[in-house]
Design a protein around this ligand. Sequence first.
Ligand code: DQA
Length: 146
Amino acid sequence: MSKTIFILNGPNLNLLGKRQPEIYGHDTLSDVEAQCKAVGDEFGLEVRQLQSNWEGQIVDWIHEAREAAAGIIINPAALSHTSIAVLDALNAFEGPVLEVHISNIHKREAFRHHSYTSLRADGVIAGFGVEGYALAMRRMGSLIVT
Ligand code: DQA
């Protein structure tokens, strides 16, 4: 039976590719999904990528992942820096959680340096551009498949 990885994206990431390309690049979330599916195929992992601008929707998907996903890759976007609700939801998920930031949040404004969700993440990738998602998928493969 194949295992599913949820890739969750928070506020404004629907604009990926159009929004501040000097920071986030030109690739879109569809490109990210294709890159992650290619890695998933190597490991026999299914990918379900989701994006919402709404905190409660992200929380609901994390709850759904408790039954439906073997692991979560999450870019909570601005919710990283604000959301105890997303952190609490991730704490209720038992599988591996990997956090991705496209930009290097530590090189940016001070308010981006702290991430609530990193308190739960088993690993964090920041500043690798959208390649960070595929790298996180590869790590998911070694955490789950081996
Ligand atoms: C981001 C970094 C966050 O600080 C920001 O709010 C985002 C995207 C990133 O992927 O680099 O929306 O998570």
